[in-house]
Design a binder for this molecule. Structure first.
Ligand code: EPZ
Length: 430
């Protein structure tokens, strides 16, 4: 059992380098299944979700070579299996990208229903609708998604999504890249990682137009061949450090980012009294005065990202006045509220709304990271709080943040990792 121990109440100063984007990496790595040849992928984040997806790929027969800390060569030419083993794929949401990739490559895929953070219901009906429109028979049986091209080939199709879905947009792009003819996706998601996947596939020979708008057109090609590609910086990791300095105070430089991807977060923090200066591929983020209340509603890109909702909530807990938070994407993304209350936050949740009455200060407490971004929110609250915060279940955080503890130490935070032997944990957990 591993915990993060934070002695809070100290401002942050210094520089932090942002890693490659998790939600781009976990789609681009399965996308290499569609490529005939070696893909060199740079700026790969070292996080446990990436390790899991690489393990699944290796199990399918991919050859993976580490070139350096953040660069991998992946060759899926010898993959012959379309069946993904249950235990690994169940642990991760992004395993659903194996359906789009294997179906595109072999016309057949058998992939366990995905796992991932518990954010309420997480249906995959839009993915299924996209595969079916391209001529696949799609069924869920014994915990597996079974998809198979009905008449040998998959064909381009018109797909109109009922909801804006990141995963369904990416999955249809994957399958359509090698399908016969043109696929048109309407009401497509526009997140930076959608554009990144399209750029990756295009750089390997695909023909995808319009990624980043609501209509994406994919003209299927005969084959994709190897090449090099560098993953974009992680928008949410950058936003998390911006929120951390906003809550704890101080001044930091957030490096290796695309500032445009952060506009939605920058605008909200500025409204709260945080000073943000763009400088090339960095943002300088400063907070010395008091924080002001703000209302935040999450929505698909370019709206305020749901994956920044717990982190901004931690900042709002310390802002003067009453803020209203509206979750516009997931049914249940406030499971962290009870943990924040242990730290003295005044937060009331009703369905998709949270009303936060800012307090003068938070106080350290033992809390549990109930999911990835909730855990990031708890770190931020802990950095700003007086006294000691102990966060357990940090494996959730390590799914998506590369070296978060050392990056925070570099910014002057008083945080360390404590690992308890299993037996001691059982005694104290009792
Ligand atoms: C991706 O999840 C991300 N995960 C999530 O990040 C992120 O919160 C989410 O997009 C929204 O930005 C990965 O990229 C691996 P969706 P995804 O399909 O693709 C409904 C994180 O913290 N929907 O865009 O699963 C769904 O219920 C994680 O990094 C359907 O109704 O999300 C939700 O309300 C957590 N039917 C909305 O659409 C479907 O078939 C958006 O979901 C699919 C989705």
């Amino acid at each position: 059992m591993t915990k993060y121990i934070i002695r809070g109440g100290q401002p942050l100063y210094g520089e932090v380098e942002i890693s490659g984007a998790k939600n781009a990496a976990v789609a681009i790595i399965p996308a290499t299944l569609l490529v005939d040849g070696v893909c060199r992928i740079e700026n790969v984040p070292q996080i446990s979700d990436v390790t899991l997806i690489l393990t699944i790929l290796k199990d399918l027969g991919a050859e993976i070579r580490t070139v350096n800390r953040t660069t991998l060569d992946i060759d899926c030419s010898k993959v012959r299996k379309q069946h993904v083993a249950y235990d690994l794929a169940r642990q991760i949401r992004a395993s659903y990208y194996l359906v789009g990739s294997l179906l595109g490559r072999f016309g057949e895929a058998e992939v366990p229903l995905p796992g991932g953070c518990d954010l309420g219901t997480r249906p995959i009906d839009q993915h299924q609708k996209g595969f079916a429109a391209m001529g696949a028979d799609v069924q869920v049986q014994n915990g597996y998604i079974m998809a198979k091209a009905k008449s040998g080939d998959l064909k381009g199709a018109h797909v109109y999504f009922d909801v804006v879905s990141v995963g369904a947009t990416m999955n249809v792009m994957l399958t359509a890249s090698l399908a016969k003819g043109m696929t048109v996706i309407e009401n497509a998601a526009k997140e930076p990682h959608i554009v990144d996947l399209a750029n990756f596939l295009n750089s390997m020979g695909a023909n995808i137009m319009g990624a980043g708008t609501d209509v994406i057109k994919i003209r299927g090609v005969e084959r994709l061949s190897g090449g090099s590609y560098s993953i974009i910086p992680d928008q949410i990791e950058a936003g998390t450090y911006m929120a951390a300095v906003s809550a704890a105070g101080g001044e930091i430089r957030v490096k290796n980012i695309i500032p445009k991807h952060l506009d939605c977060i920058t605008a909200k923090l500025e409204e709260m009294g945080v000073e943000i200066i763009e400088d090339g591929d960095s943002l300088i983020v400063r907070r010395f005065g008091s924080l002001m209340k703000a209302n935040v509603k999450t929505s698909p890109y370019p709206g305020f990202p749901t994956d920044m909702q717990p982190q901004i909530a931690a900042v709002l807990c310390l802002a003067k006045g009453t803020s209203i938070l509206t979750e516009g994407v997931w049914d249940n993304r406030y499971r962290y509220a009870d943990e924040f209350r242990r730290m003295g936050a005044n937060i009331l949740v009703d369905g998709k709304l949270a009303v936060i009455e800012g307090v003068e200060r938070l106080t350290g407490a033992p809390v549990s990271a109930c999911d990835l971004r909730a855990g990031a929110g708890m770190i931020i609250a802990g950095l700003a709080a007086d006294g000691i915060t102990e966060i357990d279940q940090v494996y959730h955080i390590e799914r998506g943040y590369e070296e978060i503890v050392s990056k925070l130490i570099q910014l002057g935070a008083n945080i360390h990792v404590e690992t308890m032997p299993e037996d001691d944990w059982h005694v104290s957990a009792g």
